[in-house]
Design a protein around this ligand. Structure first.
Ligand SMILES: [Fe+2]
Ligand SMILES: [Fe+2]
Length: 436
């Protein structure tokens, strides 16, 4: 018979992790989500299908919200804030999550995230929720349960996207599968994500087959649409009217779907300044990118509801390309420039749509206006912060805006007579199709 204890002891699993053990795990999850979303952001311009660009922007925002909640929770647990800025013993793992940014191709990128990184996070969140104490750690349970369900959805989407990307590029199947295996092997070599103590694994080095990421000069475009640089005649011909009535309804939807450039600019700038600006930058830029993807989708959905054929819808590249080859501060500057330039027209247009009885255009424009008001604030704030971090004058943010205006003007100046004629023809065709 065992000796009776002098203390009250009970076999309850609640105390498996103490406060600081919990904070260590949540910190690991934070860095994984952060690295993953930065890689995803960087890839938005390289991926052609519009539904993937839009869907990925939403997942980036979900990851940023989860990471934000994780980070706040780690602070609540009184984890030394100095240590929260450091990856610590999880360094090799976090590096691997960042290494998919150097994927060799679009399908390789999609497949390695969908088959390896996201399932690893999903399994770890599930284990965490099963093994942690829902009393002491109740606040984590709420947001991590949501994150777990979002991971399930993300895995399904990435698997579908990878498969469609592979079926249009069958020659990349072998290399994509090999890349995905290399990511999986390295993940197990560094100890996986999991809920165990940090293995303090040494950095595994570059993945075989990796290709250093570069920001694409030209954005990939969905081949279902009519490809062009300048997506409506008024961009290249100031005499061409913005229009009223049906032409305004159409023009506004064309603007919205062409905000695809803003999703891309959001992704590029998020990743370019992820290690330069504080966490709040990533959190704001992820929301910004997601908002632009919603504006793009608003336009797409309206055009589809009017029965128009994507092959007749111009999808342009000029705003993205105006900032190519420049300091990435001009990606941020472009968003700020276009938002502050257009915001004043939005309430009046929403009212016109109301007068036409076009409730959906009115609704979209009004929600868009609220988002853009928030974005104008983001733009000014982060341009100033970025200039300050670079040791430059914070007040020069307006010069960045002016330079963006010039970059766009110069780029528009490269439009050829043929391009001007072509977009006029395309616009006329679309207007005719809309009248039917
Ligand atoms: Fe927008
Ligand atoms: Fe915006």
């Amino acid at each position: 018979m065992s000796e009776p204890s002098a203390f009250l002891l009970s076999p309850q699993p609640r105390a498996r992790w103490m406060r600081l053990d919990t904070a260590q795990l949540l910190k690991r999850f934070f860095f994984c989500e952060r690295s993953l979303l930065v890689s995803e952001s960087a890839w938005i311009p390289a991926i052609a299908p519009l539904d993937i660009k839009i869907g990925m922007a939403r997942f980036i925002w979900q990851s940023a919200e989860t990471a934000h909640a994780l980070r706040n929770r780690v602070f609540e647990l009184r984890f030394p804030s100095r240590l929260l800025e450091e990856q610590g013993a999880d360094h090799a793992l976090i590096e691997l999550f960042g290494a998919v940014k150097d994927s060799p191709s679009v399908p390789a990128f999609l497949l390695s995230i969908g088959k390896v990184l996201l399932p690893a996070l999903r399994d770890s969140y599930r284990e965490y929720l099963e093994a942690s104490d829902s009393i002491a750690d109740g606040p984590t349970h709420r947001f991590l349960s949501l994150a777990l369900s979002e991971k399930e959805e993300q895995i399904g989407a990435f698997e579908r996207w990878a498969e469609s990307s592979l079926s249009s590029n069958p020659e990349l199947r072998e290399s994509s599968v090999a890349w995905t295996k290399a990511v999986a092997d390295q993940l197990s070599q560094v100890g996986g994500v999991g809920v165990g103590p940090s293995p303090s694994a040494p950095d595994a080095g570059p993945l075989p087959g990796s290709r250093p990421y570069v920001v694409p000069d030209r954005p990939a475009r969905d081949p279902r649409f009519w490809p062009c640089r300048f997506y409506w005649p008024d961009v290249v011909d100031p005499a061409y009217p913005y229009g009223e009535g049906m032409q305004l309804q159409l023009r506004s939807a064309i603007s919205h779907v062409n905000e695809v450039w803003a999703i891309e600019a959001g992704g590029v700038m998020l990743s370019a300044f992820a290690d330069v600006l504080p966490w709040e930058w990533i959190h704001n830029a992820a929301r910004w990118t997601y908002d632009e993807s919603r504006h793009c989708r608003m336009g797409y959905e309206r055009l589809m509801a009017w029965g128009l054929d994507p092959a007749e819808i111009p999808l342009g590249t000029y705003i993205y390309e105006s900032a190519s080859g420049q300091d990435p501060i001009y990606r941020l500057g472009m968003l700020y420039f276009f938002e502050t330039k257009n915001i004043k027209h939005k309430p009046a247009r929403a009212q016109l749509f109301h007068a036409y009885g076009d409730a959906v255009s009115e609704h979209d424009m009004d929600f868009d206006w609220a988002d853009e008001t928030m974005h104008a604030g983001y733009g000014k704030h982060w341009l100033k912060e970025l200039l300050a971090v670079r040791g430059e004058d914070r007040a020069a943010y307006d010069q960045v805006r002016e330079r963006c205006e010039k970059l766009v003007r110069d780029y528009v100046g490269t439009a050829t007579a043929q391009e001007v004629a072509d977009i006029k023809k395309a616009a006329a065709l679309l207007i005719t199709a809309a009248r039917k």
